[in-house]
Design a protein around this ligand. Structure first.
Ligand code: GLC
Length: 795
């Protein structure tokens, strides 16, 4: 069953049926002010931090779902009937009202047609301002004059989510609200300069600042008393819960349309007045949309593809890049699942996200890399979860000074080696080398950056510490220790050993060595080259088991993921990384990938492991306590899926890489929403595995490493377009029934117009490489601003 469709011309996903089985979300704002919003205008906003600086309130995981949000009610003052422009919260009968939602790049639009009125509400956060704009249009499509009242509603939040969700004996008396000069202001009285506002570009006919007065006791957002009555009551209060409700009475002649702008912003009344003036004329709102469109245009233009695969084109040209960008911008802690109680950066997640899009967001990737380098302890391991603000000179908190003591142990911030996750910092090596290859900025390697525990070193020195740490933290078999966890949070091998981390170590070394060579650090080339040889040898001699690679070894020496195991027999991470890292070659590599295909493939993607664990085993970890088929215990965990696509490409298997790509591809699940449930424009953290009755159900959109990794594997391995230090490599690995594809890639200011032809219908192999009509062996770095033709003949 389908609920919507991709509209590529407008770069939108159109939800035609709004009664979705679960929330389909979007992200507004590309700087500090951001809103997470769903298909019925539910959601929340924050400034900079979803933990410390909330603007509007949200009830996560609640009933009714996804409330509150940003609502506009329309009331017919003759019939007294009312509805909302987004389907919820009023929830009119869908046989009588037509509702759609369109999610675009950094904006969402709600549209409805009901009882001779057509209305829309378009939401965005403009660049350069800390405000959520509500662009509302109401049109009389009937033949009678209509007397309407329009009411807005949003619920303000206390800045700190902790204070907002507990300790009500304090928080309920922390904030006050008032209306003056067209602006509702919420004053977070205990905080220095803690204000937020709501205003409009029109003269209003009423207002309410107090939530419970607008809604009325025993009423909800579905049936606010003010809307039923047809009038706000002008409530204001010191203390209590606050809302932004402005009332506007409108008379519309047949065919007449009105347009109103509402603004929810960060700051006090003076700021509200400034913003009100700025957007008084809706032309300024149109300009904000045009500016956002141009902003995304510049990003998307860095790589546009035209392949025979419509789904791949749609996702890579628009949605997967969008998802990857959102992950880099929001660092995974703002969604309807992560509702803001955790903040800062997850070390491994951020490192991987930053690796994937240096072409479209080099500045933010660089900022993230520097933050992570700063979160590296001088012994070479990363702080698993940390707030970059800890290391900034003027640490910013929420500005809220509680009169009671809230203990914050600074000493606990730097955790010890044993609490490190064994993989965390290894991901950063490739993030750094990808950044340098994209930008050509070799001097970045010699930039000085502090360590989390004091002292400084260059980026390059940090990299060496990371590699040395993994070299030292090995168990009795010489394989890297699993420590608190490796990439798999639920595999807690402690003193045991992780095959995946040794393969990752090898991969990190393979990324580091060309940089050391490029910088002519010959001693390091020797030292880390030897280290890589040694790691490869250990992997080969210890980790192979008959048909595939094992996943690890417990503290007491039991191998996990062996041929003999009844549960957790085959694992995706170790087998994909064996091949992707280049540590496994030849027959073992082929067999490892065959095992993935044979045991882990499902039509919904690759399982993380199989069969699921059913017996609790603390030596393996938390994974054995997760229900079979969910999350890390034998679900289709999306993030590692693209590792297998890349690994297949390493072996030249374009057909299998595409088979795996297709299985996970959300675009291809567009018409299976009765099973998938989640949005088809975003990869989700996991899809329920076959050991669970809800096999195929996707959960946790947007904030997942599968966004960035899908983009990375599909563009760099499947389409094979990879920047290098001195040239662009094009080495596709595609299905053999493809005749070829086209791509436009902007790299270091030059546009490369690439045509790949596949006359011999091979899966991999470049026979001829033409650059501006001449045969070459390599595509060079060119003058900025120039455009060049590249032709690749496979064979
Ligand atoms: C979650 C975590 C990520 C981890 C993965 C597998 O997505 O954010 O860090 O690697 O789960 O456990």
């Amino acid at each position: 069953m389908r609920y919507g469709h991709f509209d590529n011309e407008h770069r939108e996903y159109v939800i035609d049926r709004v009664d979705l089985p679960t929330s389909w979300t979007n992200y507004l704002g590309v700087e500090k002010f951001a809103s997470v919003i769903n298909h019925t205008a539910g959601g929340y906003s924050f400034y900079d931090s979803p933990e410390y600086h909330r603007i509007s309130r949200f009830h996560g995981n609640s009933v009714p779902m996804d409330r509150p949000g940003y609502y506009v009610y329309l009331r017919d003052n003759d019939s007294k009937d009312y509805f909302s422009i987004s389907w919820q919260p009023v929830g009119k009968d869908l046989d009588k009202a037509k509702y759609t939602c369109r999610h675009g790049l950094s904006y969402s639009v709600y549209e409805c047609e009901y009882d001779g009125i057509s209305a829309s509400q378009k939401m965005c956060v403009p660049r350069g301002e800390n405000v959520l704009l509500w662009d509302v249009r109401v049109k009389n499509t009937g033949d009678q004059t209509r007397n309407l009242s329009l009411f807005t509603y949003l619920e303000f939040s206390f800045h700190s989510i902790a204070i907002d969700n507990q300790n009500f004996q304090m928080s309920l008396y922390c904030a006050g609200s008032s209306y003056a000069d067209g602006v509702i202001e919420e004053d977070l009285y205990y905080e220095p300069d803690g204000y937020q506002f709501f205003t409009s570009n029109t003269e209003i006919d009423g207002f309410d600042c107090v939530r419970d007065t607008f809604l009325g006791t025993y009423h909800t957002e579905t049936d606010p008393q003010a809307v039923i009555r047809g009038a706000c009551s002008g409530s204001e209060e010191k203390g209590g819960n606050h809302c932004g409700s402005l009332q506007k009475n409108i008379t519309l002649e047949p065919g007449e349309e009105t347009r109103l702008i509402f603004m929810l912003g960060e700051g006090g009344r003076a700021e509200g007045l400034r913003i009100r003036k700025k957007y008084m004329d809706p032309v300024a709102v149109d300009e904000a949309y045009a500016d956002l469109a141009a902003f995304w245009d510049r990003k998307l233009k860095k790589l546009q593809i035209k392949t025979p695969h419509e789904g791949m084109n749609t996702l890579l040209n628009i949605w997967t890049l969008y998802q990857s960008e959102i992950n880099v911008m929001f660092s995974r802690f703002a969604s309807f699942i992560e509702v803001g109680g955790r903040t800062g950066l997850g070390y491994r997640d951020t490192a991987q996200d930053a690796m994937t899009i240096p072409h479209s967001n080099p500045d933010k990737c660089k900022e993230r890399i520097l933050q992570l380098l700063n979160g590296l302890v001088s012994q070479g391991y990363g702080l698993h979860l940390f707030d970059p603000a800890w290391f900034e000179e003027e640490a910013k908190g929420d500005g809220f000074q509680s009169p009671t003591v809230i203990p914050v142990a600074k000493a606990d911030r730097i955790h010890g080696r044993e609490h490190a996750c064994a993989d965390d910092a290894l991901w950063l090596i490739a993030a750094i080398t990808e950044y340098i290859k994209e930008t050509g900025d070799l001097s970045f390697a010699d930039k000085e950056v502090p360590y989390a525990d004091g002292g400084r070193g260059t980026v390059y020195e940090h990299m060496k510490k990371i590699l040395d740490f993994s070299n030292e933290e090995v168990g009795s078999h010489g394989v890297c220790k699993g420590l608190r966890a490796d990439w798999n949070d639920c595999l807690n091998l402690g003193g045991g050993e992780s095959a995946m981390v040794s393969f990752l170590h090898y991969w990190a070394l393979q990324n580091f060595l060309p940089l050391a060579e490029k910088l002519e650090r010959n001693e390091d080339v020797k030292k880390y080259g030897d280290m890589a040889d040694h790691v490869k040898e250990v992997c080969d001699s210890v980790l192979w088991d008959k048909e595939w690679f094992i996943r690890g070894i417990t503290k007491d020496g039991k191998k996990i993921g062996t041929f003999e195991d009844e549960e957790g027999r085959v694992h995706l991470e170790s087998n994909a990384w064996a091949v992707l890292s280049g540590a496994a070659t030849g027959e073992k590599a082929e067999k490892a990938m065959e095992a993935i295909d044979t045991y882990l493939y499902t039509p919904w993607g690759l399982l993380l492991n199989t069969p699921a664990y059913t017996k609790v085993d603390p030596s393996i970890g938390f994974i054995t306590k997760v229900y079979p088929g969910l999350k890390e215990n034998s679900a289709v965990f999306s993030h590692p899926n693209p590792w297998a696509w890349a690994a297949e490409c390493m072996l030249g298997h374009g057909n299998t890489a595409m088979k795996f790509y297709d299985a996970l591809c959300p675009y291809r699940q567009n018409d299976l929403i009765e099973i998938r449930e989640a949005e088809p424009y975003s990869y989700c953290q996991f899809i329920v595995g076959k050991d669970h009755k809800e096999h195929g159900r996707a959960r946790h959109p947007f904030m997942t490493g599968s966004g960035g990794w899908s983009y990375f594997s599909a563009t760099r391995y499947m389409l094979g377009i990879r920047p290098d230090y001195d040239g662009l490599t094009i080495d596709p690995c595609i299905p053999d029934d493809w005749d070829g594809f086209e791509a436009r890639r902007t790299w270091r200011g030059t546009e490369y117009r690439i045509t790949v032809k596949n006359p011999a219908h091979v899966e991999k192999g470049v026979k001829t490489l033409m650059f501006d009509g001449k045969e070459v062996t390599k595509i060079p770095v060119c003058e900025e601003g120039s455009t060049h033709r590249v032709e690749v003949i496979m064979g």
